[in-house]
Design a protein around this ligand. Structure first.
Ligand SMILES: [Zn+2]
Length: 68
């Protein structure tokens, strides 16, 4: 394969990736605030949908109910 083709293919792949990342942000897959208390979530917590306090409270409640 022509090295120029490879380069442009890599460039295209990088562009596709950037595009789908941008679309993912627009779709807002993850909650931006806590499901329990409504606090703003830092990006690394958004995948969980709750803040650390509420997560711990939920786990505590689960333990109390004997679900753990
Ligand atoms: Zn919370």
């Amino acid at each position: 394969m022509d090295p120029n083709d490879i380069a442009s293919e890599l460039e295209q792949a990088a562009r596709d990736e950037a595009l789908s990342a941008a679309r993912g942000r627009q779709r807002n897959l993850f909650r931006a605030d806590c499901a329990d208390c409504g606090d703003d979530l830092p990006p690394y917590r958004q995948v969980y949908g709750t803040c650390i306090d509420c997560q711990e409270r939920r786990e505590h409640m689960d333990k109390l109910r004997g679900k753990s």
